[in-house]
Design a protein around this ligand. Structure first.
Ligand code: F0G
Length: 351
């Protein structure tokens, strides 16, 4: 049985025999080969989708949250807090419920997907919607943690990065090597930082020989790293990465530069093309922000960036069910019919 990322990768993580592990058995997510999707996009690459939507709360945040909440409990914390575009808050709420911690989440009012809001509520977090964006929520979170005995569980918390690096281990364990390219959406830039750390540690441990090139993608109007300056009012339909001033900005640049990769931006239109292609041709339903990774791969592929036959892993950071409103908006509406066999026959084009 899969035992969760702390037990599976214990030697790589800052835990002891006495650490009270808080887990929902996260990780162990599928690395789905997508040869037909690649072919349909005219990409001569070996494409894999690391489907992080299969984590317990439906996003990659659970890998980091098992570590952050475990360490918070070990250190005697009673309360945790995060600012979030929705997934961190969902994960923090679930792991806090499991650990019996008081959990406060600060989210931009009206700007998080419905499924994520539901999660923080159902797990009993104190959900505070502010009249401001993620960057404001994170600023307030940091100020509170400076002044009060509340533990911050955003990816500024180093234990979050420690847990999230396990995604890189899993990819290498399945492939038997690192991919040539690792494609990933970039928001607050914790995850690209974590994956790069994971790959480097696996190489130091002799588990892999080569490191991948890290290729990160921001949404076009929320692309501070690509544009080279913070964005005051970031905008994108990919609300998870609607972030103007990423906390791990420097670490993301280091991952890019050390690996010989790049960080680029993709438009909302490109994100939605990738989102729809993934759902309709690969059978994988991710949320819009996650599709930024494939959107970037399509963009670079068309520009001839990948040598033929390269192995490319796209991290799909969150599940499509998080944002059902977007899925419905992007799809053909259902037909409404009378309860009549002939009407169904005609709708099926069988008559
Ligand atoms: N994809 C999804 C689905 C996310 O929720 C996030 C970040 C990212 C990508 C970007 O990851 O921030 O490590 O660069 N969501 C955070 C949150 C900000 O609050 O849930 P990153």
């Amino acid at each position: 049985m899969w035992r969760g990322v702390i037990e599976e990768y214990r030697p790589f993580l800052p835990v002891t025999d006495k650490t009270p592990v808080v887990t929902l058995l996260e990780g162990g997510t599928p690395l789905v080969p997508a040869p037909l999707l690649a072919k349909s996009l005219n990409l001569d690459i070996e494409l894999y989708l690391k489907f992080e939507g299969m984590n317990p709360t439906g996003s990659f945040k659970d890998r980091g949250m098992t570590m952050a909440i475990t360490k918070a409990v070990e250190e005697g914390a009673k309360a945790v807090i995060c600012g979030s575009t929705g997934n961190t808050s969902a994960s923090a709420a679930a792991y806090s419920a499991r650990a019996g911690l008081d959990c406060t989440v600060i989210v931009p009012s009206g700007m998080i997907a419905m499924g994520k809001l539901a999660q923080s509520l159902v797990h009993g977090a104190r959900c505070l919607q502010i009249d401001g964006n993620f960057d404001a929520a994170l600023r307030i979170t940091r100020e509170i943690c400076d002044r009060y005995p509340v533990t911050l569980v955003n990816s500024l918390n180093p234990y979050r990065i420690e847990g999230q690096k396990s995604g890189a281990f899993e990819i290498c364990d399945v492939l038997g090597r690192a991919p040539d390219y690792h494609a990933i959406p970039v928001g607050n830039a914790g995850n690209i930082t974590a994956y790069w750390k994971g790959y480097k540690e696996y190489r130091e441990a002799g588990r892999i020989d080569q490191l991948p090139k890290m290729i990160g993608f921001q949404a076009a109007n929320s692309a501070p790293i690509v544009d080279g300056h913070p964005i005051e009012a970031p905008e994108t339909i990919a609300t998870a990465i609607r972030i103007g001033n990423p906390a791990s900005w420097k670490q993301a640049e280091a991952a890019r530069d050390e690996s010989g990769g790049l960080i680029d931006k993709v438009t909302d239109e490109e994100i939605l093309v990738a989102y729809n292609a993934m759902a309709s041709r690969a059978g994988v339903f991710c949320e819009p922000a996650s599709a930024a990774s494939l959107a970037g791969v399509i963009k670079l592929g068309r520009a001839g960036y990948f040598p033929a036959g390269s192995t490319v892993v796209c991290v799909l950071t969150g599940h499509g069910l998080k944002d059902p409103a977007r899925a419905i908006k992007e799809s053909r509406p259902p037909a409404s019919l009378p309860a009549d066999t002939q009407a169904v026959v005609e709708a099926m084009g069988l008559s």
